[in-house]
Design a protein around this ligand. Sequence first.
Ligand SMILES: Cc1cc2nc3c(=O)[nH]c(=O)nc-3n(C[C@H](O)[C@H](O)[C@H](O)COP(=O)(O)O)c2cc1C
Length: 162
Amino acid sequence: MKALVTYYTQTGNTGKVAKAIYEAISIEKVLIPIAELKDQGGYDIVFVGFPVHAHSVPAEAETFIKGLPKDQRVAFFSTHGSMRGGHLPKQAFEHALGVAAKNKVLGHFGCRGKVDPNIIEALINKPAHKAWAEEAQGAERHPDNHDLADAREFAQGIIAAL
Ligand SMILES: Cc1cc2nc3c(=O)[nH]c(=O)nc-3n(C[C@H](O)[C@H](O)[C@H](O)COP(=O)(O)O)c2cc1C
C-alpha cells in the first residue's frame, strides 16, 4: 500500500498541514508539491491539499484533480481564512467533490490558515468583503498545533479505512 500527499500552497499553511498528514501515515508514502509531481499513478490513496481561493479550489489543484486516474481513492484537505465548519469553506469542498466525480473520495479535512495581511487590508474597507476580512483576521495563528493534531487524526482515519 502506498500513499501520495500532494498539495498546492502559496504562503506555506497548506504545506504545514500536508507535512502533518504525511507524518501520520503508517504505510509507504511520498510528500511532494503538485508543481513538482511527475507521476501520479500507482498510489492506493492520494491526499490532495489546497488553500481555499474565492470559496473554491485554485486552478493548480483543480487541474491536478482532473488528471487523476478513474476510481483513484482521494482525500482532500484545505486551509482557509474563514472559521472551521462555516458554509464558505464547505463550498470549496463541494466544488472539489464535483471535480473528482470519477474518483472515490474518502473524506475531507479543513482548518484555518493565516491570511496574507495585504489581502485583509485590501478587503476590510470594502462593504462586500468587510465581514469576511474581519473574520479572516482571526486565522492569524493558524494552522496551530491543535489543527495539525486534527490533521494527523484525519489521515490516520483515512488510512485505517483503506
Ligand atoms: C487569492 C486568495 C483568495 C482567498 N480566498 C479565500 C476564501 O474565499 N475563503 C477563505 O476562507 N480564505 C481565502 N483565502 C485565504 C487562504 O485560503 C488562507 O490564508 C490559506 O491558509 C492560505 O494557504 P497557503 O498558505 O497554503 O497558500 C484566500 C487567499 C488568497 C491568496
